[in-house]
Design a protein around this ligand. Structure first.
Ligand code: SF4
Length: 316
């Protein structure tokens, strides 16, 4: 029986970013250096496949430092942690390795600089996301106010409208963030806005690639975890760019084939924490059901790489 024809547009860039790649290398190198178990506070990156793989190698994932013994190394996830966490690890004389993405650390530093200049911050981010918690936790309570939507802006209670700065989570929707920043500027004309928002290159590039393929496709599948902020934003960008069916799947087994019956084109991308092996699994699943032609749609070339902390390089 012949299979129905399908063009599969594969977004590039997609999948792992430099921050995720570095965080995974940090756990692997820590296991090599200190042996198992190595404790990791929070999922090192938001992907079950990655976490399960590292768990099998001897990493133990916990939510709080209280769940770690003093005599084993602990690694802080790529999303960053409030300042109190490394301080507590130091007090307990633990070996602590920080896998916070350097682009998240850059926002932490920016927040500290604004604070020392006497500015209160408005952070655009998602409440409860570990990156938001980590960034807000760099400063004393009340110094960073959170807004999630344009609708949150009118209700903001600030200390002094003349002394404000804006920072953002790194994995937001580029377009939504522009709208929220514009609403903040309209209400607080003196607010210091970074020349370029804090959304990272990987988030920006993956969203641009989805915008490029959206007009060509009947359906978009984003490979990523339900708790991955940048993956969820890719689904939204797909819908906002006119793709009627835009869905998040963790892997091939999650694909709703009935919903895809009759399609002749599909777009595939992956969030920054989804490994290429899951992307290949999804492509293979399409090949098993359709006469599939794969077309790469490349909108940017990435060559960013981050070094692991010195303590791990010394023995590598
Ligand atoms: S998505 Fe961006 S901020 Fe997050 S780890 Fe990757 S490069 Fe860093």
């Amino acid at each position: 029986m012949s299979l129905p024809p399908l063009t599969l547009y594969l977004a590039a860039p997609r999948g792992f970013c430099a921050g995720v790649d570095r965080a995974i290398r940090i756990v692997e190198m820590a296991l090599q250096k200190w042996g198992a178990p190595v404790y990791v506070r929070h999922e090192i990156v938001h992907n079950k496949y990655v976490v399960d793989d590292l768990r099998a190698k001897g990493a133990v994932f916990v939510e709080e430092l209280d769940d770690c013994p003093n005599d084993r190394p602990v690694i802080f996830s790529a999303h960053g942690v409030p300042k109190a966490v490394p301080a507590e690890a130091a007090r307990r004389e633990m070996i602590a390795v920080d896998a916070t993405c350097p682009l998240v650390t850059k926002v932490h530093n920016e927040a500290a600089r604004h604070f020392s200049n006497g500015l209160q911050m408005v952070m655009i981010g998602h409440e409860g996301h570990p990156e938001t918690v980590g960034t807000m936790g760099q400063l004393p309570p009340g110094e960073v106010l959170l807004v999630e939507t344009v609708e949150d802006v009118p209700g903001l209670q600030v200390r002094d409208p003349a002394k404000l700065a804006m920072i953002t989570q790194t994995t937001l929707s580029v377009d939504d963030t522009k709208d929220i920043a514009a609403a903040l500027q309209a209400r607080f004309p003196a607010i210091v806005i970074p020349a370029k928002d804090d959304i990272c290159y990987a988030t920006t590039n993956r969203q641009a690639a989805v915008k490029a393929i959206a007009p060509k496709i009947d359906a978009l599948l984003v490979i990523g975890a339900p708790n991955s902020s940048n993956s969820k934003r890719l689904v939204e960008v797909g819908s906002a760019s006119g793709c009627a069916y835009s869905q998040l799947v963790q892997r091939a087994a999650d694909i709703d084939w009935r919903a895809l019956s009759g399609i002749t084109s599909v777009g595939i991308t992956a969030g920054a924490s989804a490994p290429e092996v899951l992307i290949n699994e999804v492509i293979d699943a399409f090949r098993a059901r359709f006469e599939t032609t794969v077309e790469l749609v490349e909108t940017a070339v990435e060559n960013v790489e981050f070094k692991v902390p010195k303590v791990l390089r010394e023995t590598a």
